[in-house]
Design a protein around this ligand. Sequence first.
Ligand SMILES: [Zn+2]
Length: 475
Amino acid sequence: MFQERPEASHQLLSWRQIFFPPHPGTRRHSNRGISPSRFEDEPGVVRFILEVFAAASRAMELLTILNRCHHFRGFVYQHARFSADKKSIEVDVRPRRGSAAICSRCHQPAPGYDQLAERRFEFIPLWGFFVFLLYTMRRVDCRRCGAVVVEELPWRDGKRTLTKAYMLFLARWARRLSWRETAEAFRTSWEKVFDAVEHVVTWGLAHRTVGEIDAIGVDEIQYAKGHKYLTLVYQIDLGITRLLWVGKERTVESFQGFFTAIGEEVTSQIAFICSDMWEPYLKVIREKCSEALHILDRFHIVAKMNKALDEVRAEETRQMRQQGLEPVLRKSRWLLLKRQENLKEEQRFGLRDILRYNLKTVLAYLLKEVFDQLWDYQSAAWAGKFLDEWCRHTMRSRIEPLKKIARSLRQHRELILNYFRAKKMISSGTVEGLNNKAKVTMRKSYGFRTFRVLELSLYHALGKLPEPESTHDFF
Ligand SMILES: [Zn+2]
């Protein structure tokens, strides 16, 4: 089946001419070739012809569909058939007669040189069959390039064996499912899904417009044990939030790479920057964006506070166990770290119980809770007064992990108060939200946690990149 040319209607006409040649003397293209009298005269031939016609109209359909959704000037679909194992459909593609091959180096037509062996290009599977386009590639003798070069094919990207249409199709699914799930759903390999995403992301990065950027947020994310980090830079403008850049590690160099990539003009327009207290980032921001309002990320301060409290609790629990005291802090971890309003009734009683004890952990907990009020201030001046007061009390507390935070807060006082100067407009919560999505994305691309895989999956999921054009919307 499927064995027909796309221009089948012309072919049918010519068959009619073959089986009913015009009588000498009649006009050549007369439609009166099939006359009732001839039906009666040659019933065997008529049946044969009807069968051929029926087969032709059935066979045409796949090529018709292909011509409708995946048509390229200069190429025609010729035959479609099942592979020997009946698992794939193979479609022959030929250059359209008279159309010159395109040089893949200079993208201009060039005279042919020779042909290579037939290649198979995988297309979107259809009704449980793999689909392959079979094409014998030409090489051109390009005078412009002064070399023999392989031809450019509109459905092909570099040396990849998947058609562009199939890659876009897989990549879209890889945004919803994990890469492994995508591979399983379409009976293909993880590597091919990787190829697909790489093709789409590479195109997207080359074709995106960065435009003006008002606000950015920078954050690090750990992706493997042994302190392996990525630096992520987000655009956090009111109208658009997206991942702009992925850098290896969290060094001065990795963050500088972002500014090199966007160039000086875009950099000079940045008005707000959100970051945590990571010194290499602070250094780069001081150098590159001294004009911008630098805001220390609220989320990171809260996270640091929780971490300090956890340290105090763990240390005190250990000491109490050593001294054979009643383990009152056992199972208290979440009671202390959760925000009070999120606790259930019984947990609230549990917390109240703990707070009766004269423990370092309790004091640390109360200091942390009080600190939370900082974010309610409207003016930077009052927030500053509160911050100073909190630091003064904490420095007298003899709780070393919290004192460390207080020292750090004093050191970065102005950057924290910028949060209020920016009228809370630039919410570091946006960065936090994006970072949570980034973590989910990293989990989805699991398989190989290399930098390249993570970089691609993050751009793909959070970059809001433009997609390559397609001949058809394959969903
Ligand atoms: Zn060329």
